[in-house]
Structure formats: C-alpha cells, structure tokens
Design a protein around this ligand. Structure first.
Ligand code: FRU
Length: 475
C-alpha cells in the first residue's frame, strides 16, 4: 500500500495500516514512553479491536511495534491502562508491566495481562475477567493508578453515565469504592475513558477527573470533559464550578488520558488524545489507515482570569522538529487599511508547520485570522471579545466527505484579554490551536485538497497589532 497517501500526517502518530482509535495503556518504563492504542489490523474501519503498540524516547518520534493484545473468548480488547507493579503486588514479577483493559464480548468485563519483557509481549491472566457487573452494560475503560496514602490500586471505570471507583491490593480482586457524576457535568451521551490524577496548583494538590463523552460534546459528537476536586482514596469530591468544562473545544480530541509511571525527575503530567470524532471517524478521506493521535501534551492547572482550567500545551520535545524559522515580522492594521496578508508564507510548504504570534486588538474589537489555499479552501479563527467566544470555521476547509464534518462554527468560551499568544500546529490533516499557553485549545481536523499557504488577519474595526509572527517548517 501507499504509505505516503495524501492525508497521512507528517509528524503525528498514525498506524502504518489499519484503523486506530483511543490511546491505551500509556506508561513510561526505562527511558521509553509506551503508547498502546485501539487498533484494527485488518481494515481501516472500526472492528476487531486489538491493542496496537508504539514506543518513543522523546514523545515525538515513534517506532512501530507489533500489536500486543488480540481478541479472545472473552471478547475484543477495548480501552484500558497500564501500570508498573514495582512491589509485585499481583505476583507476576517485580516491575511487571500490567495492562488492565475491557474484554468486550457478550458483556463488558475487565481483564488484565502482564509483560515481563518491557511491553514487547503480554500474557493474559488465567483468572480473567477480574471485574464483572451483571447489571451494567456500558462498563469499560479501566484507568488504574497506585494511591500511596491508602496503599491500594485505584481504578476509575466508565459505568454508563457515571464513573465508578474500585480499589485493589493486587490488581486481581477489586472492591467498589464510590460512584461519581450523577446530575453533574455533561450527560448528552455515554461516559467513557476516565482518568483521575493529581495536579499541583499554587503548591497544593488538586485532583482532576477526565471523562470522555459521546455524543454530547460542546460542538457535537465526542469530547472530553473534566472535573476539578479532591480524592481521599475512596471518594472524588468536585469543587463547585460551572460544569461541564472541556479540555479541548475543537471537534477532534477524544478519549485522551495520561501516562503512568512518569519519573518524579520529569514530573510532568503527559497526555495524548485521539484526533478524531465518532461523528465521522469511519469516513475521513483516507484509505489505508484511519485517524492520528494529537501531539503529546503537558497538562497544568492554571487560572484563566475567571476560574481554574486544565491547560494543555505541546511537550517541549516537539520543538526539535522546528526547521527554517521564517520571521514574518510585526504588523499593525488600522481601520483604514486592508487586511494583513502573508502570501506564500512558507516556501516549499509540505503541509507541516507551526505558526506563533502575539496579537493585541483594540479592547472591544473582534478579529480573525485564516489559513487559505489557492483552491478557495480556508479555516478561519474568530476571536470575538464582545461575545467572549473563540470560534473556528472549517466549513470550507476541506474536500467534501461527510455532512457532519462541515458544520458551522466550532465555539469555545474565551476570557477576553488584552493580548493573546497564539500557537497553531498544522499538519497535512490537522490543526491544533493553543491560546495563551494552552488555556484555550481547539483541535480540528482538516482535509484540504492543497496545502494552506496564505495567512490573513482581519479586524472589524479599530487596530490590530501583531508581534513576532513566525512560521517554522516542521520536519
Ligand atoms: C471510546 C471507546 C471506548 C471503548 C473503545 C472501543 O472511543 O468507545 O469506550 O473502549 O472506544 O474501541
């Protein structure tokens, strides 16, 4: 098959051949970041779910590995997590890598498998499944971590439209701890792929709970909401906030969770998401593969001027891809002059680049910037201070392939600020927008028939000042 097919991203992870959805089992071990993923090795549509496998030393360059888990008599292998069992609590061996996943057969149950060769091969535990509930149909996506204060493994599990927490001493026997989520947050669809983890804010530990939901995202289809609160080893207690909050308001960041066992010397909370949306994932205009992951991101708790948010930004290792910085400069537009246009801003544009700039509008003005190509295709970003909204219009961005894709405005609430720092990662079939160091994020897939090579800024009135407009070609 043709590895270089048209919409194959240049710097995002994609399966060589076949279908991919959720990232699974992300775990760090001995200098290597492991990424497993929902994988169909036999076709480029969802089905026959396996765990695919890839590894990286820098979260940027990924090496393909053979898949590690295939369907068995308990069912297909759905999403889950992996931990390193440093104290041999399960008895598989000291430092074993243990995968905890959903067996999806006639019913959904939780199973485990272990690897004693650093994630190359896994052996399924003969006592599977390790967790059953006869009454819950949507019962899946176990995410496990070691909770030191209560000396137990804690599993977050999606249970229809709540998250149920379970505790275990040995990864094999699980007891129910508590249930969270009724009447709180988004409930427009089934809850999936939870992740509970600590983040520090002003020296204090807060607990963040990610819950992916499908459908019912802020702009339709699937998206990831989160809650901020506390966890005492038994119960998650959310802070009073205006839920739902969304990690990424774009249409294409789903089922993302974080790496386990990242060393304290690194200290980052590292994330990756599936860069697609169940609304159209099976129909995107690729042939030999379907879907890419987002770039790896770092999560932080920050205050956006109105409330706490989970900010996400590309890992710093991504900067190693930067080549040929083109400084487009500083510009000011006033209401008597035309739009600010940078034509052919990247010579030899292969469709993979990064744009950064700081923009200062007149206080109450809205402004926009757009990427365009010579075919009239465009993706537009509209910063509307009056309505406190950042909207993305990709309705004319792409080749036509699915009515659900060419929707109208993809909206995110925006805290109006004096200036905005903007970073936009563009690849052959994606755009990842990070505003003010990831306080506001929009990830949206695009399938233009030609690379975008014009950048155009506009403001309805007043002035618009641009500083340090820079484009980096990405390797
Ligand atoms: C989320 C999801 C999970 C499930 C997996 C199946 O995208 O529906 O809940 O485990 O995909 O592939």
């Amino acid at each position: 098959f043709n590895y270089n097919e048209k919409y194959r991203p240049l710097y995002h992870f994609t399966p060589q051949y076949g279908w991919m959805n959720d990232p699974n089992g992300m775990v760090y071990l001995d200098g290597v970041f492991h990424l497993f993923y929902q994988y169909n090795p036999y076709g480029a549509r969802w089905g026959n779910m396996h765990w695919g496998h890839t590894v990286s030393k820098d979260l940027v360059n990924w090496e393909y590995k053979p898949f590690v888990l295939a369907p068995d008599k308990l069912g297909a292998i759905f999403s889950g997590s992996a931990v390193i069992d440093h104290d041999n609590t399960a008895g598989f061996g000291k430092g074993a890598m243990v995968a905890i996943f959903t067996s999806a057969g006639d019913r959904q149950t939780q199973s485990i498998a272990y690897s004693l060769d650093g994630g190359k091969t896994f052996t399924k535990y003969e006592g599977n499944p390790v967790l059953i509930d006869a009454n819950i149909i949507d019962f899946r996506d176990p995410k496990v971590f070691w909770h030191a204060p209560s000396k137990q493994w804690v599993m977050s599990l999606a249970t229809t439209q709540t998250i149920t927490f379970y505790g275990s001493k040995n990864l094999k026997e699980w007891t129910r701890l508590s249930e969270f989520g009724e009447g709180l947050g988004g409930h427009g669809g089934v809850w999936e792929c939870p992740d509970l983890f600590p983040l520090t804010y002003e020296g204090k530990t807060k607990w963040v709970l990610f819950v992916s939901i499908n459908p019912g995202g802020p702009n339709g289809g699937s998206a990831t909401q989160y809650f901020i609160g506390n966890f005492d080893g038994k119960t998650f207690t959310p802070d009073t906030m205006n839920y739902p909050l969304w990690l990424d308001y774009g249409r294409d960041n789903y089922a993302g969770v974080t790496w386990s066992n990242v060393p304290a010397t690194d200290g980052r909370r590292l994330f990756i998401g599936w860069m697609s949306n169940w609304d159209y994932a099976n129909e995107i205009p690729t042939e030999n593969f379907r879907s890419a992951m987002t770039v790896a991101r770092v999560l932080r708790l920050v205050h956006n001027g109105e409330h706490l948010v989970v900010a996400s930004e590309p890992v710093k290792e991504l900067e190693s891809l930067r080549r040929e910085a083109v400084l487009l400069g500083d510009k000011t537009r006033t209401n008597t002059s035309n739009a600010i246009t940078f034509e052919n801003f990247l010579p030899n544009n292969q469709g993979a680049y990064e744009l950064t700039f700081t923009v200062t509008p007149n206080e109450t003005d809205s402004f926009s910037f757009a990427l365009e190509n010579t075919k009239g295709e465009t993706i537009k970003y509209l910063f509307d201070s009056a309505n406190k909204t950042l909207s993305v219009d990709r309705s004319k961005s792409s080749v036509a392939f699915n009515a659900n894709f060419a929707e109208t405005l993809i909206k995110a609430p925006m805290v109006a600020k004096k200036s905005y720092t903007v970073r936009l990662l563009v690849d052959k079939s994606s755009t990842e927008l990070f505003v003010n160091n990831g306080e506001l994020v929009q990830t949206n897939a695009v399938f233009p028939t030609e690379v975008y090579n014009t950048l155009r800024f506009n403001t309805s009135k007043g002035t618009l000042t641009l500083k340090n407009v820079t484009v980096y070609k990405l390797k």
